[in-house]
Design a protein. Structure first.
Length: 282
């Protein structure tokens, strides 16, 4: 198999994330409501999963889980977002969780409508497909990755570029958040993981910082605070000092996410509504 270098004119995923966050800060401030209603981000009914033959990893989430967030720039409410486990779907002989992350907002001449999707094997929790659909003011990008853990490579299907994997359990940005929910998160411990599907983004580091009681629109929660670090720009990039606040219970719900955006300052997501999913059972 011939591996080809990524084309230089393509905006790298890490850089795109930085652009995305800066654009939120600039254009969403004119849209305080962020999400005008549930239908704005296309909430969908969760279909029944297909017949599942493989074993199932024990996880604290399942199809139908929906988390809605208020986006803030400093103290200002500037938009909204939605994370969900859409369904379980068949992908190349695997049964996979379909994970989705969407953010919308802006003004008539400066709109943001980003949609990131990941398909994660229900047995290994490895990412086997990743889509990135980005609409930020005048910037447009559609990236489609097929990831083959068994064969040891990934392919970007919209360009034909490919690269070897350094792990047989690869993850992307969204699936790392869900994977972190399955980790024990021992206080004071640092988890070093060589599992990002792009080799140059490794290692991914999860630092368990502290426990903290916080209040968000959805209520008051006891949380475990984790700092994720990926060798890239954007939300979890080095220097961004991102923090993930997971509930300090077996559900590990993400109730807050905060990060620093260059020039713009502090950007954060605050849980405002949560709908539990139905974990898969044998």
């Amino acid at each position: 198999m011939r591996m080809r270098r990524q084309r230089q004119h393509v905006l790298e995923p890490g850089r795109s994330s930085t652009v995305m966050l800066a654009v939120y800060a600039l254009v969403l401030a004119s849209s305080p409501a962020g999400l005008a209603g549930q239908s704005a981000l296309g909430r969908r009914t969760v279909p029944l999963p297909h017949a599942i033959q493989s074993p199932i990893a024990e996880v604290p989430f399942g199809p139908g889980e929906i988390s809605e967030y208020l986006v803030k720039l400093g103290p200002l409410s500037v938009g909204g977002g939605l994370m969900q486990v859409v369904s379980v779907e068949p992908i190349r002989g695997h049964s996979a969780y379909h994970l989705s992350w969407q953010i919308q907002g802006g003004i008539p001449l400066a709109r943001v409508n980003d949609h990131y999707q990941s398909w994660v094997d229900i047995e290994t929790l490895a990412t086997i497909r990743s889509f990135q659909n980005i609409r930020e003011v005048r910037y447009r990008a559609n990236r489609s990755y097929e990831i083959y853990p068994e064969a040891g490579f990934w392919e970007r299907t919209d360009t034909g570029d490919s690269e070897k994997l350094i792990t047989d359990l690869p993850l992307d940005d969204i699936s790392f958040i869900y994977y972190a929910r399955t980790v024990p998160l021992v206080m004071g411990k640092t988890y070093t993981l060589d599992r990002y599907f792009r080799a140059d983004r490794n290692p991914v580091i999860l630092e368990v910082l502290r426990k903290e009681t916080i209040t968000v629109p959805a209520g008051t929660f006891e949380t475990i605070v984790v700092r994720p670090i990926i060798k890239a720009g954007g939300l979890f990039g080095e220097g961004g000092e991102a923090e993930l606040y997971f509930t300090d219970d077996e559900r590990r719900i993400l109730v807050r996410l905060s990060s620093k955006v260059p020039v713009m300052g502090s950007l954060s997501l605050h849980l405002r509504n949560y709908q539990p999913g139905i974990p898969l059972r044998r």
